[in-house]
Design a protein around this ligand. Structure first.
Ligand SMILES: Cc1cc2nc3c(=O)[nH]c(=O)nc-3n(C[C@H](O)[C@H](O)[C@H](O)COP(=O)(O)OP(=O)(O)OC[C@H]3O[C@@H](n4cnc5c(N)ncnc54)[C@H](O)[C@@H]3O)c2cc1C
Length: 492
């Protein structure tokens, strides 16, 4: 996208209302009338449309599904999501953060852990007042689509499924209502999710690295309705977790005072539950306190009318080809246990926006740098998400884990600039993901060193006391021992 001037572009620049935000006039002029195709109008595609709209380029969003704003029921993944700092920052740049947070976000200040005996305890996410937000996927998606559509240079094409693409020429073939539709673009942004068709095309190029991992667990969504008086059935400002080692259940609050409950278990366990009695027995054993909240009848109905969905983690590189870039889940689908998939995808949009500014929209420089900068971070958050897969099911019940959490919070309070717990770095800052891991490894070494020093000091103290208590030992021996120690400390 080299610099280009046209009458059309000048008019747009004078209008002002097309741009807004902090995009300079130069960029609008440089962007000219170039065309960007965004494949996928989900969370990342819709946000990307908002970003690019403000640059004055012609944006076409091609979405496989119909317009979700017209649908009664939207099929698909998780009903609500945890939105944290990275996602909020990305929404803020297009002026949507306040709308989403103030009007539709439910703050969650920590994890509320449910033990098998029904006892509950809270593990805060960060410092007092720090929280993540539960937001509805559909609401978020609709808000971003509507915002994008306020820009006359954005065109939304629903019911368009990408079939083929040529990532060197920018040519695309879609299937729409049984017809084949052809289109061309100067840049194709593949925001088409974990099973991306754009990525599939990239895989045909030489030296494209790709790996995917399905974990043995699947997930199924259930629902806790409001109480008879229309209230939340549990404390609303927490992410509730029932960790049970091999499997777990979580619940996030919704604005209508329902809870979306997600059951994560190995497919083998899902498959073993084949009758209502077996289901109730399983719940009585593992999630007894949740049965009256969901209701026996509803539990049976929802469980047997649903099917468990798989969870995949994808790593690949590079993210670009001459005229295309993959972003969001298309580039780095991850298991959902760090609540970062969407947040990372939104941060992708921030990075692309920064690089378009830095390089004056010169795609030959933007695209390779995007891959170079983003790849180590995307792979790092995929790894962290996989690690949290164990932490959420198991470690939150472990004493060592809880002690380490307490130590981290203590040190963070006294050394806020030099000691930040990993979870806080990931969820409450924009420290690059791979740097957050490196930082945590340094902290682990310090904690390990501290524990070893403490253990050595304790051992020395015990030995010293034993020595003093040895009535049979002569005073000379004690003096000799001490002298030997002193000499060895001096290295003599
Ligand atoms: C159970 C679960 C819970 C989660 N919880 C969280 C959470 O709490 N916090 C968080 O940050 N993330 C969470 N995630 C991750 C989050 O859902 C994803 O990271 C996010 O949806 C990625 O957005 P995306 O736009 O890249 O992909 P998607 O949301 O999958 O959107 C892709 C879009 O592309 C369209 N499409 C696909 N193929 C084509 C095609 N050939 N042509 C045209 N269009 C196409 C699809 O219809 C879809 O609209 C969770 C995921 C799961 C499964």
């Amino acid at each position: 996208m080299g610099p280009q001037k046209s009458a059309e572009v000048s008019r747009i620049t004078e209008d002002g209302d097309m741009m807004g935000g902090d995009v300079s006039d130069d960029l609008i002029i440089a962007s000219g009338e170039r065309k960007v195709a965004i494949v996928g109008g989900g969370l990342v595609g819709a946000l990307n449309a908002c970003y690019l709209a403000r640059r004055g380029v012609e944006v076409h969003v091609y979405e496989y599904r119909g317009d979700i704003r017209q649908m009664e029921h939207v099929p698909g993944r998780s009903i609500n999501l945890a939105l944290s700092h990275r996602g909020r920052s990305a929404l803020a740049r297009v002026g949507l953060e306040d709308l989403v947070i103030q009007q539709h976000g439910i703050p969650m200040y920590g994890r509320m852990i449910h033990a098998t005996d029904g006892r509950k305890k809270v593990i805060p996410y960060g410092k007092a007042g720090q929280c993540i937000y539960s937001v509805g996927r559909r609401y978020l998606n609709e808000t971003m689509l509507s915002e994008a559509e306020t820009h006359p240079n954005v065109h939304l094409h629903f019911n368009h499924k990408l079939l083929h693409s040529d990532l060197k020429t920018g040519h695309m073939v879609f299937e729409s209502n049984g017809q084949e539709v052809q289109a061309d673009a100067d840049l194709i942004l593949g925001c088409d999710g974990a099973y991306s068709a754009v990525r599939r095309q990239m895989m045909k190029a030489p030296r494209f690295n790709y790996s995917q991992t399905y974990i043995p667990h699947g997930y199924m969504e259930l629902c806790i309705p409001p109480t008879a008086t229309g209230q939340f059935a549990m404390e609303p400002n927490y992410l509730h977790i029932w960790p049970r080692g091999e499997f777990m259940m979580i619940a996030l609050p919704n604005q209508d005072r329902t809870w979306t409950v997600t059951l994560f278990m190995p497919f083998a366990v899902f498959d073993r539950i084949t009758t209502p009695d077996e289901l109730l027995e399983f719940f009585r054993e593992n999630y007894r306190d949740a049965i009256p909240l969901i209701g026996e009848e509803k539990l049976i109905k929802d469980f047997f009318s649903n099917r468990a969905s798989p969870l995949v983690s994808v790593k690949c590189s590079p993210y670009h080809s001459p005229k295309a870039l993959i972003m969001g889940d298309a580039a780095h689908a991850m298991v959902p246990f760090y609540g970062q998939g969407m947040n990372a995808g939104f941060e992708d949009c921030l990075l692309l926006d920064d690089l378009l500014t830095k390089h004056d929209m010169d795609l030959e420089r933007v695209l390779p740098e995007y891959t170079e900068v983003r790849n180590p971070d995307a792979e790092a958050i995929c790894d962290l998400a996989m690690y949290n897969y164990v932490e959420m099911r198991h470690l939150v019940n472990s004493r060592a884990f809880l002690m380490r959490k307490a130590l981290d919070s203590f040190l963070h309070t006294f050394f806020p600039n030099s000691w930040t717990p990993l979870y806080s770095m990931v969820s409450f800052t924009r420290v690059r993901y791979h740097q957050a891991i490196a930082h945590k490894e340094r902290q682990d070494k310090i904690v390990f060193g501290g524990v070893m020093t403490l253990a050595a000091a304790l051992a020395a103290g015990v030995a010293y006391l034993a020595q003093r208590g040895d009535l049979w030992r002569s005073a000379t021996e004690v003096v000799n021992e001490q002298a030997r120690l002193a000499l060895s400390r001096l290295g003599l």
